[in-house]
Ligand binder design. Structure first.
Ligand code: CP
Ligand code: NVA
Length: 303
């Protein structure tokens, strides 16, 4: 049997908490399990741009003693029509794990279905689970508790979906403020609420959502693949900008999070992104520690 990590829901709550604990250990000691992947290669198949995810996986795999092979569909026979099924079955014979960033979530699911090796979702149009675990780790580290109120303001996108699946499971209250027409997927929301200790609330107004919040989180208004809608989105999302006024409505000790890359002057102002409440660099760093813990978890449980 092998385990995959395609959405946050693939892990039980106690597994998520165990991974967060291990991530703390990896952060304290980067040399932990330094030979876990010795003699092994991990594939990184990226069909969308990436700075943090790609580099943190490459560095993490290196620190675990392994070798990473960076791939794009265009360079593989996949780009010339070879099936995902055949690609997955063949690559499973060479690699110890596969990390995939692409558009359709179904493509990663199909790859995982045919793979003998663990598959990790490094972002699809629907989910960004590695990001959500790094986000939770960052909140735990900064707030010393997960019993807090997170206000996510902006587009109901892949990052939102993964946060929706993670927050309630670890005991955090999540309040979303998204413009009409840009709400998260209702079936993801319903399913997350059904398995969550704290249901997610969805509001329309950003000011209402951030009132008393311990964490304000935002992401780009124009995710990869949505570039054609940039102009229209800039208008619709304008009232959802995380700026000095919005932050002033939150709890005095509120932290500001953004998965990055940020579009300064759009979803967040320079002043807030670079200000004293911003934890975005620690959040980005935590990607590395959490992903090492995710790889360890999957490798230890897959035979
Ligand atoms: N947050 C995140 O996934 O960043 P990259 O797109 O740079 O990997
Ligand atoms: N929602 C963004 C996240 C980037 C890390 C996107 O999909 O482009």
């Amino acid at each position: 049997m092998k385990r995959d990590f395609l959405t946050v829901s693939d892990f039980a709550t106690e597994e998520i908490l165990a991974i967060l604990d291990r991530a703390v250990s990896f952060k304290r000691n980067p040399h932990l399990r330094a030979d876990m992947l010795a003699g092994s290669s991990v594939g990184l198949l990226f069909d969308k741009s990436s700075t943090r995810t790609r580099v943190s996986f490459e560095v993490g795999i290196d620190q675990l003693g392994g070798h990473s092979i960076f791939l794009t569909s265009g360079e593989l026979q996949l780009g010339r029509g070879e099936s995902i099924r055949d690609t997955s079955r063949v690559l499973s014979r060479y690699l110890k794990a596969m990390v995939i960033r692409t558009y359709a979530h179904e493509a990663v699911e199909e790859f995982a279905r045919h793979a003998r090796i663990p598959v990790v979702n490094a972002l699809t149009d629907q989910h960004h689970p590695c990001q959500a675990l790094a986000d939770i780790l960052t909140i735990q580290e900064k707030k010393q508790t997960l019993s807090c109120r997170i206000a996510y303001v902006g587009d109901g996108n892949n990052v939102t979906h993964s946060l929706v699946q993670a927050a309630g499971r670890v005991g955090a209250e999540l309040v979303l403020a998204c413009p009409p027409g840009h709400l998260p997927d209702q079936s993801i929301l319903r399913a997350a609420n059904a398995e969550s200790r704290v249901p997610v609330s969805v509001l329309e107004h950003a000011e209402e959502a951030v009132r008393g919040a311990d964490v304000i989180y935002t992401d780009t208004w124009v995710s990869m693949g949505k570039e054609g809608e940039a102009e229209e989105r800039a208008l619709v999302f304008r009232p959802y900008q995380v700026n000095r006024h919005l932050v002033s409505l939150a709890a005095p000790s509120c932290i500001v999070m953004h998965c990055l890359p940020a579009h300064r002057g759009h979803e967040i102002t320079d002043e807030v992104l670079d200000g004293s409440r911003s934890v975005v660099l620690d959040q980005a760093e935590n990607r590395l520690h959490v992903q090492k813990a995710i790889l360890e978890f999957l490798m230890d449980r897959s035979s």
